[in-house]
Design a binder for this molecule. Structure first.
Ligand code: XMP
Length: 516
């Protein structure tokens, strides 16, 4: 693999993704991993990520310089670049001018790492420390007002570094730089794509499971669906899926799982309609964290019951259920396991997680993949677009999109409004441009309106379209006005009791994506 050494910035994952987008397989490792262990992984190249620290501060994370002498091509980015410069004898100091955001960058030599670059580039920077002098043997390739050495290379030793962040989209030529490093500087072939993983996983799952039985909880989301489809491809009817309908799903979603998904895969499915039970437990509750807790606990109990049923039935046939499938993705693995110096860790909120005392062995066929890769595999496995391209949807569902108490009429109303927004966004071809678009019912808020000759006193619906790469940060999507107008007209016409549609124009931070 190409190793991405994580110095504790949220950018490390992005770097790993960009490497894969250049068709080269990558893995993240913490900077605390001993260099011998990194080298024992036989890396084809190494990329050092940015990080929140300053190299000249006591106790700042560093790296055994042996890494620069192993003959493996290394690219340092931001903090990683400064570590490289510092360890090899360059001069690194507090910058005379810190640079944050888009930065005009002058390319002094369009060679090697920057081969083919125009004379000037806009790059995205975030640094208060600068490399003043490159280590001996290095050529300086670029500079900015605040960074005398903004890019450098020593092709003979295959060492490269940039002060800016090529992995973010705000650096327009960033992907080119990563690709140049991998293919030209390091000489790697572009031969990896996510579907390469299907055959490997099928073989691995068969070998692991043997003739035993496997259970999988489906949430209706992309990850569990793709994980289930992959396991089903490997072991067919040895897999049983359980789907709990908590009554907080969007319009048509239960149907999609129970019919479209089953039709596409032929998977054995036990569907439990537990909506009465969930709504009963949620009566009178409007505090978001209590909602989450109730939904999470109920979910576990319901899932356990279905699970017992599967185990009993298998038992009658003389078989044993030994494995549980989970749709864990690479970012979950990195965030919960790693965390070495990470300044920014997303809190995990699945549907309360699964029971702690499970006696199953886990099968997690998507553990090395990012979301877009999981989608590619889902399509390859023949899953319908409605499932593969489903927006991320919170485990507690519409329950946390009704601000106030959750009641059946409110759920029905929100389901309609949400369906209209989704329909219009799809019709406008915007599905894949936005990350997700929560539709929120402010059930306890009332405002005056007029419809026909009548004064109304109804509730507003909020549209919250956002663009994001990973839900950790997000920006509000600039949707075309005519699409917004159509959504607004249809919702106020077709959803009795809603007399106002408003648009949320806040980024995350300071807001979160969901309203609760
Ligand atoms: P926030 O609102 O924290 O959301 O910006 C970030 C992402 O997480 C989803 N989300 C949840 N997912 N259970 C989940 O499984 C939850 O309780 C939950 N709350 C938020 C949200 O839809 C967004 O994609």
């Amino acid at each position: 693999p190409v190793l991405v050494v994580d110095f504790g910035a949220q950018y490390a994952q992005l770097i790993a993704r960009r490497v894969r987008e250049a068709h080269v397989y990558s893995e993240l490792v913490p900077h605390s991993m001993p260099v011998e262990r990194m080298l024992a992984m036989d890396p084809k190249a190494i990329i050092l990520s940015g990080g929140p620290a300053s190299v000249y501060v006591e106790g700042a994370p560093t790296l055994d310089p042996a890494i620069f002498e192993a003959g493996v091509p290394v690219l340092g980015i931001c903090y990683g670049f400064q570590v490289m410069a510092h360890e090899l004898g360059g001069v690194v100091n507090k910058a005379a001018l810190g640079e944050y955001g888009k930065t005009e960058t002058v390319i002094d030599r369009a060679e090697g790492l920057l081969a083919g670059s125009p004379d000037k580039q806009t790059t995205w920077m975030s640094h208060g420390v600068a490399v003043e002098q490159a280590p001996e043997g290095f050529q300086v390739l670029a500079h900015t007002a605040g960074a005398p050495v903004a890019a450098m290379q020593d092709p003979a030793r295959k060492l490269y570094g940039v002060q800016w962040h090529p992995e973010v989209k705000h650096t327009p030529l960033g992907q080119e730089l990563i690709s140049t490093f991998l293919h030209q500087c390091a000489g790697l072939a572009d031969d990896w794509d996510p579907s390469s993983i299907i055959e490997d996983q099928v073989a691995a799952i068969r070998a692991k499971v043997g003739s035993d039985q496997v259970i999988c909880g489906l949430s209706g989301g992309v990850d569990s669906a793709v994980a289930a489809a992959l396991v089903h491809k490997a072991i067919g009817d040895q897999l049983t899926c359980v789907f709990v309908d908590h009554g907080l799903l969007r319009k048509g979603e239960a149907q999609q799982v129970k019919h479209d998904f089953v039709a596409a895969t032929g998977i054995k499915l036990i569907a439990v309609d537990a909506s009465e039970d969930f709504l009963g437990a949620l009566k009178g509750v409007s505090e978001p964290e209590r909602k989450r807790k109730i939904i999470g606990e109920k979910f576990i109990r319901t899932f356990e019951k279905a699970q017992r049923q599967v185990i009993e039935e298998a038992g009658k046939a003389g078989k044993e259920v030994k494995f549980l499938v989970q749709g864990t993705l690479y970012p979950d693995v990195v965030e919960s396991g790693g965390g070495d110096g990470a300044a920014n860790i997303k809190s995990h909120h699945n549907v309360g997680g699964l029971p702690k005392d499970i006696h199953f062995e886990l099968i997690e066929p998507l553990r090395t993949l990012f979301k877009d890769e999981v989608r590619a595999i889902g399509s390859q496995l023949g899953l319908p677009d409605e499932i593969v391209w489903r927006q991320p949807f919170p485990g507690p569902g519409l329950g946390i999109r009704i601000i106030g108490e959750i009641t059946r009429p409110r759920l029905d109303l929100l389901r309609e409004a949400d369906a209209i927004a989704r329909e219009e966004l799809s019709a406008a071809g915007l599905d894949r441009d936005i990350w997700q678009c929560p539709v929120v019912l402010l059930a306890d808020v009332h405002s005056v309106g007029v419809q026909g000759d009548e004064r109304t006193y109804g509730s507003p619906v909020v549209l919250r379209p956002v663009s994001s790469e990973d839900a950790m940060t997000a920006d509000w999507s600039r949707l075309p006005y005519d699409v917004l107008a159509r959504i607004s007209t249809r919702i106020t016409n077709e959803c009795p009791g809603v007399n106002r549609v408003v648009l949320d124009v806040t980024s995350k931070p300071p807001a979160t994506i969901e309203w609760e």
